[in-house]
Design a protein around this ligand. Sequence first.
Ligand SMILES: NC(=O)C1=CN([C@@H]2O[C@H](COP(=O)(O)OP(=O)(O)OC[C@H]3O[C@@H](n4cnc5c(N)ncnc54)[C@H](O)[C@@H]3O)[C@@H](O)[C@H]2O)C=CC1
Ligand SMILES: O=C(O)C(=O)[C@H](O)COP(=O)(O)O
Length: 379
Amino acid sequence: MHIVADENIPLLDAFFAPLGRITRLPGRQISREHLLDADALLVRSVTRVDPQLLADTPVRFVGTCTIGTDHLDLPGLAAAGITVASAPGCNARGVVEYVLSCLLTLSERTGLDWRTRRVGIVGVGEVGGRLAQTLAALGVECLLCDPPRANRGESGFAPLDQLLTECDVLSCHVPLTHSGPDATWHLLDAGRLVTLRPGAWLINSSRGPVIDNHALKAVLAERADLQVALDVWEQEPQVDGELLQRCALGTPHIAGYSLDGKLRGTEQIYRALCASLGVPAPLTLQSLAPDAGRAQLQFAADTPAQWLLERSLRQVYDVRDDDARFRAAMLPLAGQSTAQAFDALRKGYPLRRECPEVEVRHSGQEETAALLAAAGFKR
Ligand SMILES: NC(=O)C1=CN([C@@H]2O[C@H](COP(=O)(O)OP(=O)(O)OC[C@H]3O[C@@H](n4cnc5c(N)ncnc54)[C@H](O)[C@@H]3O)[C@@H](O)[C@H]2O)C=CC1
Ligand SMILES: O=C(O)C(=O)[C@H](O)COP(=O)(O)O
């Protein structure tokens, strides 16, 4: 078989070469002409896939090595009889660690302890659910908003407008949807943004258009009290430099960019393709992934528990590094296209592991061990 794939999918050869011939392409450049003799298409979030792209091609399987599916025309592909697979939860852990790093950074800058802030989580699925669990285990109070789950009779959810007025931090983890009663396009519009609590922290690592970026820029011009962290942008890969300058933290859609998360995404799509072909899927990440080894951190006996936790989280992932690289690449481009620089930052993203891959050695007491375990570290 012939597989056309985004060149930024890691371990492509290792997983897919046994199934057929692979053609690698930059995701944004994949066109119908590339697919004229392809049987399967493997993409990431930057390739829009709809029936037009696949028209009169033999492609019968589309796999996206991502959680989000808003770049796929799901109803259109289903109507065309195409099998579609995504990678639910693959990089959810990375996004949780991005949010934790934002909390630590905003805490340090404002002098407000992140553990005493009430956090509103909008969208409580793979990412929001893990974030809620982690924060609760760390002793942080959370309010949860998920109308689709609430409408299915699940309890424990509050309306978005309550989160806006009662939470010190709002973190968005919804899919981007354009229709239906719970559509998320411009979920945070001008009317809602102005109701954010004084001094609120707003974090968006879902999809850019979930927040009306034009309205956000206007609100930030009036409200210096707000701290905003954006990982995703409404016109991505085009970035509004003025909005970036008004944000406390800005990054190029890398919240979930841990090596572990990307590899899980590839493995999930390998299994889905094998299932659709009706063949066994003998390969696993464990057998194939280059053994990066487990990183180790070592702390002195008398290190205070919260300091040790924060230091460990920073070692695993520090959003300030991504923010600095992003500003250095984007801000000199005022008035020009940021697309190339945006994609280059993502393509050349540094190696990043997740907390469960890092062993923290310490001789602290129970409180230290409990905090580290709550954050997901191994001992
Ligand atoms: N920045 C990044 O690197 C990454 C971004 N993402 C984005 O995060 C999104 C969420 O990921 P998951 O949690 O894995 O998805 P998920 O599908 O597991 O959960 C999404 C949750 O949002 C809820 N929801 C839908 N509409 C809502 C609304 N109007 N208000 C509140 N809740 C609503 C759903 O009921 C569901 O529980 C993805 O769709 C993707 O766009 C995901 C991974 C990495
Ligand atoms: O999984 C998702 O959903 C994401 O947003 C991915 O982290 C996006 O990564 P790329 O597919 O754009 O490399």
